[in-house]
Design a protein around this ligand. Structure first.
Ligand SMILES: [Zn+2]
Ligand SMILES: [Zn+2]
Length: 351
């Protein structure tokens, strides 16, 4: 078993930050929540969970906050991108299963109200808690609804988005897309500071995913190396940062490994126990048209935006959602589940 120690940080400061980030109930009760508030609200939900994880294991009472916070944040961000892809006029209800109140989102999302960073935060949080609703909605979101207009960003970012979308949506082109993302991290084409960020931040994430699928027997070794680099990176910077204390990407990748039955021989405070999953094959209720998961009680699908109450919903084994799909949309080439009659990405009828 490999053990990676967490970097040192100021616990008092983190306690204060966690308490400040935790107070989101007032905004959540607004109906509907306007698009301009969603990103910040989701970030606070997720930040409170991440900072709470930093207080483990000495404050075990915070453990119960981690999964609900990340789930709620991931769902809010999936909802934001559902509005961004055209669901704003009719709005979207996100029922809460955890005894909380339902959240209603509505309105047109202006490009400044969503970003690539929102998409990443939502996707990693969704995968870290195994939330198939948020993961599948974010996987089918068109790149045009994700990218911030006018910003080019680092060359690996969009290929990496497409690779993770392909992984989650069962696109058989996933290995090639991941290779393209890794090739785009070549420091030769980057400014020195961008090259540093790329090597410290993106490469360990892409390599961990690559190893998980291509050479699972060495996955633990790669993940441990990535976490050691993470500890070194944040020791030298803002040690109390939320992403420093709980790296969502590595928790997401660890969970993907456990869901696939790949043993993870790494323990670390960076990988808290509440986020460890296991092989998960429980049936998921899905939209009868595009086969994207629905939350219990949800009427409108967050992917194809259809009213799903006119037909009986489908039940699909959880593991099947990311299994390789053999069919593609003839309009946008998105990989389609066998039972889909509508494309989850472009919303056109499947032929
Ligand atoms: Zn649908
Ligand atoms: Zn399509």
């Amino acid at each position: 078993m490999r053990t990676v120690a967490r970097h040192g940080f100021n616990r008092k400061l983190v306690q204060g930050l966690a308490a400040a980030a935790d107070n989101t109930v007032r905004i959540m009760r607004q109906r509907p929540i306007a698009p301009g508030a969603i990103s910040a609200l989701a970030e606070r939900e997720i930040a409170a969970a991440q900072l709470s994880a930093g207080l483990l294991p000495e404050s075990p009472e915070v453990a119960g906050r981690i999964v609900p916070g990340l789930t709620s944040g991931a769902r809010l961000l999936a909802g934001l991108f559902a509005l961004a892809r055209g669901g704003g006029e009719q709005g979207l209800e996100l029922p809460r299963a955890d005894g909380g109140f339902d959240v209603a989102l509505a309105g047109t999302v202006s490009p400044g109200e969503r970003s690539l960073a929102d998409w990443w935060r939502g996707m990693w949080a969704a995968l870290a808690v195994g939330d198939r609703f948020a993961a599948q909605v974010l996987a089918s979101t068109p790149l045009d609804a994700i990218r911030s207009p006018g910003t080019s960003g680092l060359p690996w970012i969009e290929p990496f988005v497409e690779a993770v979308q392909a992984m989650v949506a069962g696109d058989p082109q996933f290995p090639g897309r991941l290779r393209r993302a890794l090739e785009a991290t070549d420091p030769a084409g980057l400014a020195p500071t961008d090259a540093r960020t790329t090597l410290d931040y993106a490469v360990p994430q892409i390599e961990s995913i690559y190893r998980l699928f291509a050479d699972p027997s060495r996955f633990g070794e790669t993940l441990a190396k990535a976490l050691e680099l993470h500890a070194r990176y944040w020791k030298a910077r803002d040690a109390e940062d939320q992403d420093a204390l709980l790296p969502l990407a590595f928790n997401a990748i660890r969970r993907l490994a456990l869901e696939r039955g790949v043993p993870v021989d790494v323990t670390s405070d960076y990988l808290p126990a509440p986020l460890a999953g296991g092989p998960a094959d429980e049936p998921v209720v899905c939209c009868p048209y595009c086969v994207t998961p629905l939350l219990p009680g949800m009427r409108r699908c967050a992917a194809c935006l259809e009213d799903t109450t006119r037909d009986a919903p489908l039940e699909v084994p959880g593991s099947e959602l990311s299994a390789p799909r053999g069919r593609r949309c003839t309009h946008c080439a998105f990989p389609l589940p066998e039972l889909a009659v509508r494309c989850a990405r472009c919303r056109q009828p499947a032929s």
